[in-house]
Design a protein around this ligand. Sequence first.
Ligand code: SAM
Length: 386
Amino acid sequence: MLSYRHAFHAGNHADVLKHFVQLQLHEYMNQKDTAYTYIDTHSGAGVYALDSGYASKNAEYETGIAPLWERLDLPKPLADYVNLVKGLNPSGKMRYYPGSPYVADKAMREQDRLRLFELHPADAKILADNFRKVAEHAAAQGVVASGRGKRVLVDRGDGFHALKTLLPPPSRRALVLIDPPYEDKQDYRKVRDAVEEALGRFPTGTYAIWYPVLQRMESRSFSDKLKRLHGKDWLNVSLTVTTPGPDGFGLHTSGMFIVNPPYTLEPILRQVMPYLVEVLGKDEGATFVIESGVPLTGSAAARPGAGGAVRVPVGNARRASPLSGTGSLRLPGQAPAGTPGSAGAAGPLGRAANTSGRPTAKTSGRPTAPGSGRPSGPKPPGSRRP
Ligand SMILES: C[S@@+](CC[C@H](N)C(=O)[O-])C[C@H]1O[C@@H](n2cnc3c(N)ncnc32)[C@H](O)[C@@H]1O
């Protein structure tokens, strides 16, 4: 199913969470000189115009990048991300928004490699054209990629399939972003299978998976399934910007699940997520959850799963970590909800801190609309994440 066009959603709150986390992952990877490969299984078009075409239809960027644009009090890691977006807008006016391939291109070094996959013919062409121009510009500046092979390869192909062919990478360092549309509920299973197989081929890679939290069952149980999948450390962060509507429409919550996360990420999230809730939150339902886990050890952990990957029943919750926790937006005049992001925080608007490594608040209490996560009103063609 190829009706999905990411341009409709460019720069929304889910993109902010995804690309902010992505940038942190690159910054960690960049700390070692050794080259790494970035694999973007679902790349999209690479760059989106916000002031025209699809993106201007619903102006979803107003839920995400727009409220951050003029802020002078951004926490440093978030400022790095906003500055990256601003780099694409030298006039200072917010006109373009970078997709994950562009975030990667800006964050990565000459010795690193980008492997980008996009199945939609129109977006694959835009992506390839964009990178051709970038390469021409770099060549005109005399920049020559170091190392073997082309720095950037764009392929109009199935990213799930391609992932198998690229692991393990030559330098034995890789960051993988998996960000499908989830319009087709099969995407949940495909992501799980792809990560399981990828871990079997390359257990030390860092895998970042974006996901929507929707009413559909596959979505609600998705992050829990990912926790059971592997024998690796994981980190899960979600951002809710508004109370789910009674019709169940609208993407109110999205998450990033990271397998083999850098140790630097959780403290950064603890610093930034309360700020994002405060600035992007629309009502008292706005909140975040950060949770992490480590694999079980012993005989259970050694039980082989499908695809040769070691499989563990459940991540052994690292609940004791003072960095795990939840947070929520506190509106003026409302009672404190506990310290956002601190373990044990709970209150009228907060969630009890997670004692099992999983969010204590479940999405299952929300009204159901058959599998839809889109905003109310007519569904635009290619609308994301049903
Ligand atoms: C959510 S968008 C990607 C956004 C992009 N990662 C970003 O952050 O800017 C998902 C993209 O996956 C593409 N797609 C769908 N199925 C695919 C597949 N099996 N392989 C590669 N791309 C696919 C869609 O055409 C769409 O452009």
